[in-house]
Design a protein around this ligand. Structure first.
Ligand code: UDP
Length: 323
């Protein structure tokens, strides 16, 4: 297939591009490189530095290629930043996505896999969280994803564009080759921060609250290896050849607390990781764990990597990052 990947220079995008290429697909990457890394894009891939907010450039770039399907990652993805600067998030994530969807519709592209998030569920009532849980996005970032899920549903009605919205839990880890990995500036995610402490690049990790109603008082999250996420995107594309539109959770179904993550990272790196308890981070639910039954049934997806592989691969990357 000829597959367009927007945001293909980003973290999850670049791992997906690599997998698509390995499976013999013809991959085209559109990325404005505002957050992505050109080094993460393989040389053999067709690359266009294009901003989704520029509708004419986007349409011109699209017209250069035959495209069978699209995976749309390109978006800003920091919750805190979205709270401080909602205009930037609504513009980039909502207006940019609408431009893309309109341009694809003009071109007659009918299949899109969309990068969504478990933060649509806000503070869920039932955990593990199934797709039936009510949607209560509690920050601008989550609301941008919520809006685009609705936009996709409306375009399906108007023009038969089929979509799979994949609601990720906590993406983590790096490709086992050591060639691509997670590189955010500033870094806000737990596992990279913990590994930066192990490397001596930070003095300590702050544990954001230890008074949650969990076994050790710290928040529990469902960490999913980035290559397992990539695999789900490929499966979603194949599914769309004759399947109906879907929203699907992507998580392992197993959660780990912040303290468990730090302890595991100490074990894997063999280095002490200094920690301190600080106050809660606003908006953090106590427990987010996926019910991944639908992903297993609809996509035949079966995540391969557990926490050890996640932290080992992330550690390999952080010891020798390429960008
Ligand atoms: N966390 C923490 N200290 C940090 C970064 C994160 O205690 O420096 C906690 C955070 O409160 C959450 C979990 O680690 O419970 C995962 O946070 P992350 O930002 O990696 O992902 P999120 O769950 O927010 O998408």
């Amino acid at each position: 297939m000829n597959i367009l990947v927007t945001g293909g220079a980003g973290y999850i995008g670049s791992h997906t591009v690599k997998l698509l290429q390995q499976k013999g697909h013809n991959v085209i990457v559109f990325d404005n490189l505002s957050r992505g890394h050109i080094e993460a894009v393989p040389e053999e891939v067709s690359f266009e530095k294009v901003d989704l907010l520029d509708f004419d450039s986007l349409s011109n770039a699209l017209n250069k290629y035959e495209i069978d399907a699209v995976i749309h990652f390109a978006a800003f993805a920091y919750v805190g930043e979205s709270v401080d600067n909602p205009g930037m998030y609504y513009t980039n994530n909502v207006s940019g996505s609408i431009n893309l969807i309109k341009a694809l519709n003009n071109k007659g592209v009918k299949k899109i896999v969309f990068s969504s998030t478990c933060s649509l569920y806000g503070n869920p009532e039932i955990v593990p969280i199934s797709e039936k849980e009510s949607l209560k996005p509690i920050n601008p970032y989550a609301k941008t994803k919520f809006m685009i899920e609705h936009v996709l549903a409306d375009f399906e009605i108007s023009s038969g564009m089929k979509y799979v919205a994949l609601r990720y839990f906590n993406a983590a880890g790096a490709d086992f080759s050591g060639q691509i990995g997670e590189s955010h500036a500033p870094e806000t995610h737990l596992i990279p921060i913990v590994l930066q402490v192990a490397l001596g690049k930070r003095e300590k990790v702050s544990i954001f609250g230890d008074d949650y109603p969990t076994n050790d008082g710290t928040c529990i999250r469902d960490y999913i290896h980035v290559n397992d996420l990539a695999d789900a995107h490929l499966r979603a594309l194949q599914y769309l050849n004759d399947g109906e539109s879907q929203v699907i959770n992507l998580g392992t179904g197993r959660g780990y607390s912040v303290k468990e993550i730090i302890d595991k990272a100490e074990e894997i790196t063999g280095r002490p990781i200094k920690r301190e308890i600080t106050s809660r981070r606003p908006g953090d639910p106590a427990v987010l764990i996926a019910d991944n039954k639908k992903a297993r049934e609809v996509l035949g997806w079966n995540p391969q990597s557990g926490l050890t592989d996640i932290i080992k691969s992330a550690w390999q990357w952080h010891l020798n990052p390429k960008y």
